[in-house]
Write a protein that binds this ligand. Structure first.
Ligand code: SF4
Length: 309
């Protein structure tokens, strides 16, 4: 039986007094734990910050679909770019021929080539992706407007006419201000702006500021955030990401998305799933603050053995 999706009935706000210590403990427990299958593994392969930045952007951008397929696709792109992805893109006019048959879900080789061309152009002109983002940052409580300008700039650099932009290219270079959660864009910023745990801390602080980051919201994190009362939104969109982040900022204002690594593990490691039979509420560290767990009946007690059979 499937557990309900947000919004939940009942209280309209999380029980922060109960939730905060649980989340802080969960965050501490997961802070340095292994990367397992996370695409954040890829930028850690490089020593130079410029290569880490490019690898992080490629890995975050292609982080959709099954874990194995994400790993294969990101690995294929980075392998083709050689030991220095930043140098390869900054110097080359064309993407490597090894990627001419690339496909990742609905992203084609042509989409990827346009994406890499745009990144290369930005690196040549601005020096880094951080500088490109900064050029579009007008301040504000989060980075949505800055990301919107950043991606619009990259779309122009693809040299693909706006009318000819394919679904795949649009997915690689989204428009975060249009209202979607844009999980991959905010994931890229979490990796590059934060420097705790496995996050890379590549972007200079200041001017970058972890308190302006938004929770990278996918369906798993959105569902769990709903169970904990962090959002009442029925869909994983920008408003839901802002709502959940605002509640997390009440627990850790300077670093609200520091809870993402641990929260997302609950979904990724199948601790918290939609199938009631598979949900591991009995060992879930946030169970005391979860609205749904209270409705999950205790498993039936095992039949007692007859004393003399
Ligand atoms: S107790 Fe934990 S595993 Fe169970 S539904 Fe709530 S968040 Fe998910």
């Amino acid at each position: 039986m499937l557990l309900p999706s947000p919004p939940m009935r009942g209280r309209a706000r999380p029980d922060l007094a109960r939730l905060a210590p649980l989340l802080l403990e969960l965050r501490g427990a997961w802070r340095d734990r292994a990367l397992d299958s996370d695409p954040l593994l890829f930028p850690h392969r490089y020593a130079a910050p410029a290569d880490r930045e490019v690898a992080a952007f490629v890995a975050a951008t292609l982080a959709f679909g099954r874990v194995a397929s994400v790993k294969a696709s990101v690995g294929k792109v980075l392998d083709a770019l050689g030991p220095s992805p930043a140098e390869a893109l900054g110097n080359a006019a064309r993407p490597p021929a090894a990627l001419s048959r690339f496909v990742h879900r609905w992203v084609s080789a042509e989409d990827l080539a346009a994406f890499l061309r745009a990144v290369g152009s930005a690196l040549r002109e601005r020096g880094s992706l951080a500088a490109l983002l900064l050029a579009h940052d007008r301040g504000g409580p989060d980075y949505v407007e800055a990301l919107d300008g950043f991606y619009a700039d990259l779309r122009e650099r693809t040299a693909v006419s706006p009318r000819a932009v394919s679904r795949g290219l649009r997915f690689l270079l989204p428009a975060p201000a249009e209202g979607g959660a844009c999980k991959r864009a905010h994931l890229f910023l979490r990796w590059t702006v934060r420097d705790g745990g496995w996050d890379l801390g590549l972007f200079p602080r200041p001017p970058f500021d972890a308190s302006r980051l938004l929770l990278p919201l996918d369906t798993h994190v959105h569902r769990i955030a709903g169970y904990l009362g962090l959002t009442r939104r029925p869909v994983a969109d920008l408003a839901a990401a802002r709502e959940a982040t605002a509640w997390l900022a009440r627990i850790d204002g300077p670093d609200p998305v520091s809870f993402d690594w641990a929260l997302s593990r609950l979904g990724i490691l199948a601790e918290c799933v939609r199938d009631r039979e598979q949900c591991r509420c009995d060992r879930c560290p946030v169970r005391p603050a979860c609205r749904v767990a209270r409705r999950v009946p205790a498993p039936p007690t095992a039949p007692r053995l007859l004393e003399s059979a």
